[in-house]
Structure formats: C-alpha cells, structure tokens
Design a protein around this ligand. Structure first.
Ligand code: FAD
Length: 319
C-alpha cells in the first residue's frame, strides 16, 4: 500500500512551490459535489510543472490522475490513491490572429467568451459547457450541433512518461465523445483553436440563444454531471428514461432530474455510491424494457469506500 505521508514529503521536497493538499476530499471540486479523498492533490500552475510531476510519478511508479473542472467525473467514495493533479490553475488564454491558444485548465466557457471579445466565431456552441479545455478535448465535448473537433488545430500534451508531443487535429481520432487520449492517457497542456473572423453582435446573439435554451432545459440549479449517458444510436436517453417511468426516482440523495431525465441531480447530500447505484439501476431497467445498452458519458473513477467489515479486518478484528 502507498504511504501517503512519504508521498507528500517526497513531493514537497522535489516540488517545494507546488500547491499541495493531503488526503483532501474531492467533493469540494466535483460538479456532483460527491467523491472521496485524494491521497495527494496538486494544483500545478505551469506546463513545466505538469511535465515534471508526470515524469516524477512515472519514475516512482506512483498512480497519477488528471482532473480539469471535474464536471464529467464521478469519483467513488473511497477516493483516489496516489497523486491527483487538478489543472484549473493552468489557465492562460492568448489570442493571435484567428487563433486562440488556451492552456488546458482554462474554462471552455472563458475561451468562448474570449473568442467573442476578439470577434472570432466558431466557439459559440461551447458557451455553456462547464468543463476545462483539457477535459473538453479529452471528451470531444459538444453541444447544439458543434463539437470541439471542428475548431481544434493542434493539441500539445505530455505523455504519461513525461514527454511532450503535439497532435494535429487528424491524429486525435475524434469521435462522438471520444479522442485517442482516452486510450493513451496523454495529458493535455495547451490547445490551439482555429476560428474565423465574425461579427461580434452575431456571435453574442448566438451565445445568448444557446444559453437560454440550456437554462430552459437543464437543471442547472442542482449539482450534476450533465448528461450521464451517451446518446444511444437511434434513441434519446432522456425519452427512454421517461418512458420507463423512472423520471424523478430518488436513490439516497440522488434523483433522476424532473426537468431533464438524462441528468442525475444531487438533491440531498448524495454520495458517489448513490449516483453509481442509480446509474446501474437505470441501465438495467432500460435494457430490460427496450434492449438498449446505455453507456455512461460520465467517467467513473477511484475506489469504493471500504465496507465496515473491511475496516474490522484491517484493524485485525474479526466478527
Ligand atoms: C451542467 C452540465 C452541463 C454539461 N453540458 C455538456 C454539453 O453540453 N456537452 C458536453 O460535451 N459536455 C457537457 N457536460 C460535461 C462536461 O462539462 C464535459 O464533458 C467537459 O468537457 C469535461 O471537462 P472537465 O474539465 O470538467 O473534465 P473532468 O470532469 O475534470 O474530467 C473528465 C475526463 O477528462 C480527463 N481530463 C480532464 N482534463 C484533462 C487534461 N488536461 N488532459 C487529459 N485528460 C483530461 C479526466 O481525466 C477525465 O477522465 C456538462 C456537464 C455539466 C455538469
């Protein structure tokens, strides 16, 4: 088992300036407001810091997990062992001619606002997606007919061994909510968006229209992880869940949203386990009724909380 105190001391010694928290619960960061603790949680502020920490974890065989804005993850209640890097402090945005050069922890929403400010069109669809740019690349995030794949020129990453690399758009194997990064585990450092000159009034009007649509349809007043499931070919997940009579179903503190059945909202101090069990239940019912296999869009990571009986065993007590 990994010794957290050792790990924290080693990292503090090697990276004295990095922002570090030990055994920190991640529910403070996730959009569902659920999730167990990270052994060692780091907030790098530069690409070099991300690169060096990644090299270090590779050399020391310490598990490494990357988070952006945590709007598409459920972290199990037992939390995450090893090092977790949250990249939200790496958030610079630069504009050069028709391009935006955006560091991975910047909010996609801020990138689309910056595009408006610069009179650049192409990122309007992203104005309400609450992820970071790194998370958006990793997920090929999209909305209202747009996807990040259509506006990405290049993506700079660091591999899990700590080597820098630049992907051209074509190399990223974009698909519906998929890029090759989901297989390689490469960490996004910076993305170049290629946009076009546009009229600010038109860009702004489009963003307002999409924001109104989102506010009308989505339960933004509650914590959630957005659409829980990918859209199955030929169906709409929300409609299937409604037709199954599941809308409004509670599971612990989690509920299938009464406003949008594709969302699970945290209405009463839900745990990650509530979310995960409700997801499993929905999948089972939908398969039984419609023979449709739902696949989660949300990424479920981390470890289950130890069961009480496991605690007794760990303490040398048997029942
Ligand atoms: C209310 C709400 C509405 C939403 N609406 C939409 C929508 O319209 N369209 C849509 O596509 N999504 C939507 N989402 C989901 C989510 O915002 C997107 O998937 C977003 O792209 C996730 O980015 P993130 O930074 O939050 O990623 P996280 O949740 O932090 O991470 C998601 C995955 O990406 C990986 N990752 C994160 N950063 C990096 C990085 N720098 N390098 C490599 N891997 C990384 C993580 O390891 C994890 O596996 C919504 C979510 C919410 C809560």
């Amino acid at each position: 088992m990994l010794d957290t105190a050792w790990l924290a001391e080693e990292i503090k010694g090697t990276f004295p300036n990095v922002i570090l928290k030990v055994n920190k619960k991640l529910d403070a960061y996730t959009y569902t407001r659920t999730g167990g603790p990270a052994d060692v949680l780091l907030f790098p502020v530069s690409k070099e810091e991300v690169e060096e920490i990644t090299k270090w974890t590779h050399e020391h065989k310490v598990p490494l997990t990357i988070l952006g804005n945590s709007s598409n993850v459920i972290i199990r209640d037992g939390g995450i062992r090893g090092v977790v890097m949250i990249l939200t402090e790496l958030n610079g945005i630069k504009a050069e001619k028709n391009q935006l050069i955006v560091q991975s922890g910047a909010k996609l929403i801020d990138a689309s606002k910056r595009a408006l400010h610069e009179g650049l069109t192409g990122l309007e669809f992203a104005c309400g997606i609450p992820g970071s740019v790194g998370g958006a690349v990793y997920m090929n995030a999209g909305a209202y007919g747009g996807e990040v794949k259509t506006v990405i020129k290049t993506v700079e990453v660091v591999t899990l061994k700590g080597e820098r690399k630049v992907y051209e758009n074509d190399d990223l194997e974009f698909n519906y909510r998929h890029t090759v990064l989901q297989e390689t585990g490469d960490i996004v450092l910076e993305t170049v968006f290629e946009l076009e000159k546009g009229k600010k009034e038109k860009i702004s009007a489009k963003m307002e229209e999409l924001t109104e649509l989102r506010t009308a349809k989505q339960p933004l007043e509650f914590p959630s992880c957005g659409s829980v499931f990918k859209r199955p070919t030929g169906y709409f997940t929300g409609k299937l869940i409604q037709e199954a009579g599941l809308q409004g179903k509670m599971w612990g503190g989690a509920q299938i949203s009464t406003k949008h059945a594709g969302f699970i909202v945290n209405v009463n101090q839900a745990s990650a386990t509530d979310y995960i069990e409700l997801i499993a239940y929905i999948k089972e019912v939908i398969f039984e009724l419609f023979e449709v296999k739902l696949e989660t869009e949300v990424r479920i990571i981390g470890e289950d909380a130890p069961k009480e009986s496991d605690d007794f065993v760990a303490m040398g007590i048997s029942s």
